[in-house]
Design a protein around this ligand. Structure first.
Ligand SMILES: [Zn+2]
Length: 581
């Protein structure tokens, strides 16, 4: 610890010196920082926004303010940047701005009058782990702990999962909050601990929170880059860095829809792989990842300059987020760019960001929220930032319920299907959603309006549902049954055996000739031409005849599919009902 304080003092001395000596000393300071911390924070001016879009491939741009650019670089990035010939100024890293004594872990205190904790300090790494374990242990009926993975330096990537019936996968939206992928942007880290505590403490007490937990699966990962945050040691966040232990910016390391698999030229980092696997194993409807250094709701795309299909929805939920914050915050907070919201690419392009990855590959509406201009707030301000923001945190979780949703099943078996829920003339660039293989549930957040929606899956007849009406802050239910192609009357005899029906057409009284040496039990099923199961019966044992006799009354005249199945085989044929008996 002493070493770090001395180091900070040394840098403060050098930064003072820079002002006197200019660019030469800049290089000295940069080299020294790169040696001790693996990264350097600096600013420079560009001539145009286009230059930023080229530089974003070389260095990690943190913020663009007009033509002034703030950025980070590791040693090789910085050497490439210096070849571009820009005059730059090395800045004190956010992780060294506050004296270490102001960032020491505190002791959690109970709020007078309720059961929540006062989060007015940055915990040590061990405190953090014990809080996460404690949340799950103390509220085991609605909370469990997930280990997303382990970092390069063997720290844990943790999330808590909060929901009623915590061990069941239910037909409800999954929502994800994740913070501090940049290790020195840690306001969101503490606010997420606060949010977990607030949700768990208010379950069964506050009707809004109770309802939220009853109807949503909320997953919260407060710290996505613990190696960066605890770069200065596990005891305190003092000395935090942006990058991971390999000096890689994790928020430039994801596959990018425009640039490809490795936009930063690095292999996927341990942390990136862990989060990608976690995303594959979940079905997040919506998500937000929290950053610092600015105060703005940054919606997709970051990589493409074109709009997403859902840009109206993004502007609506972004406006709602920012306006709500303005209602509860001091004037001037969260007003950057368009009064607190921006399209990512319109601000500055980034490639390999988590937000675009989640939107494009996981059909998850993920936003980047820059939550405090000061990356490491003085601890005395943390509670105020909670007060400014928690209404928006809750609203945004609730938004994951608004749009249209339902369950897609096989019309014959009733089994859930992984179907594509697509809106022709609307969905572009992977904006469609899929129902879950496990329970058939899908959720499509969408801006208010009328939509014609198609539901499709391979092996099934595509179904179109016209005029799905969606209003603000409400959910429209659209449950859909898809008819298997193999049971349609025009597809008989392909892949399944044919049975003989006699007489056919008939009035509901008929015989079916069974194949030779058929194994019992034998099940007979009758489907309407829309694939709906109308009638079913089973013969457990052989009756001595090779014919099944059936008498089904009250059928509407028309074409049906008769299906006979045994343990190993399926037979079917068209059955025509000519008159009602
Ligand atoms: Zn960031």
């Amino acid at each position: 610890m002493k070493r770090l304080t001395l180091l900070a003092f040394f840098f403060l001395f050098l930064f003072g010196y820079i002002n006197l000596q200019g660019q030469h000393t800049n290089i000295l300071v940069a080299d020294s920082l790169l040696k001790s911390r693996g990264e350097v924070f600096f600013k420079f001016k560009v001539g145009s926004q286009q230059e930023v879009n080229i530089l974003t491939r070389i260095i990690s741009i943190d913020r663009v303010d007009g033509l002034e650019v703030f950025a980070y670089a590791n040693a090789s990035q910085f050497s490439e940047f210096r070849h571009q010939g820009y005059a730059y100024e090395i800045l004190t890293p956010p992780g060294l701005l506050l004296p270490e004594k102001d960032l020491l872990p505190g002791i959690e205190q109970q709020h007078p009058g309720n059961t929540t904790t006062i989060w007015n300090f940055y915990p040590s790494y061990n405190q953090y782990v014990s809080y996460m374990v404690g949340f799950a242990q103390n509220h085991s009926e609605i909370c469990k702990l997930d280990t997303i993975g382990t970092t390069i330096d063997n720290r844990l990537l943790l999330a808590v999962r909060i929901s009623k019936n915590i061990n069941l996968e239910e037909t409800e939206p999954q929502f994800f909050y994740t913070s501090s992928i940049h290790g020195d942007e840690i306001t969101g880290y503490v606010l997420m601990l606060h949010l977990i505590d607030y949700l768990l403490s208010n379950y069964g007490i506050d009707p809004r929170i109770t309802n939220l937990i009853n109807t949503t699966e909320i997953v919260i990962n407060p710290l996505a880059n613990p190696d960066g945050t605890y770069h200065g040691g596990n005891n305190s966040v003092s000395g935090a860095v942006r990058y991971n232990a390999n000096y890689v910016d994790l928020n430039r390391n994801y596959p990018d829809p425009k640039v490809g698999a490795h936009p930063d030229g690095n292999q996927w980092q341990t942390e990136t792989n862990a989060f990608m696997t976690y995303a594959y194993n979940n079905h997040f409807t919506m998500s937000a990842n929290f950053h610092g250094g600015s105060e703005v709701f940054n919606y997709p795309w970051d990589t493409w300059s074109k709009n997403t299909a859902d840009y109206q929805w993004w502007q609506f939920v972004g406006r709602e987020w920012a306006d709500t914050v303005h209602k509860y915050a001091v004037p001037g907070y969260f007003t950057y760019l368009n009064d607190g919201i921006t399209n990512g690419n319109a601000w500055y392009e980034i490639n390999g960001g988590r937000q675009d990855y989640m939107n494009y590959w996981h059909k998850c509406r993920e936003v980047t929220v820059e939550i405090s201009e000061t990356k490491i707030l003085p601890t005395s301000e943390l509670l105020s930032f909670w007060d400014y923001n928690y209404h928006s945190f809750l609203n945004f979780i609730e938004e994951s319920h608004y749009g249209f949703s339902g369950i897609v099943t096989d019309s014959v078996t009733g089994q859930p299907l992984k179907a594509k829920v697509f809106i022709p003339m609307f969905d572009i660039d992977s904006s469609e959603v899929f129902s879950r293989e496990t329970n058939g549930y899908y959720m499509r957040p969408i801006y208010e309006g009328n939509y014609d929606v198609s539901f499709s899956d391979s092996g099934y007849v595509t179904k179109y549902v016209k005029n799905v009406q969606v209003s603000k802050w409400s959910s429209t239910t659209v449950n859909v049954q898809l008819r298997p192609l193999s049971y349609t009357s025009d597809n008989l005899g392909r892949g399944i055996g044919t049975i003989h029906i006699c007489p056919n057409p008939n009035d509901g009284d008929f015989f079916i000739d069974l194949p030779k040496n058929v194994n019992y039990p034998v099940t007979f099923q009758l489907y309407s031409c829309m694939g709906k199961l109308i009638y079913q019966t089973t013969w457990k044992f052989q009756s001595g005849s090779d014919k099944l006799q059936l008498s089904i009354h009250g059928l509407t005249p028309g074409i049906y599919t008769a299906k006979v199945s045994t343990e190993n085989s399926v037979y079917a044929n068209k059955l025509v009902i000519q008159s009602v008996k």
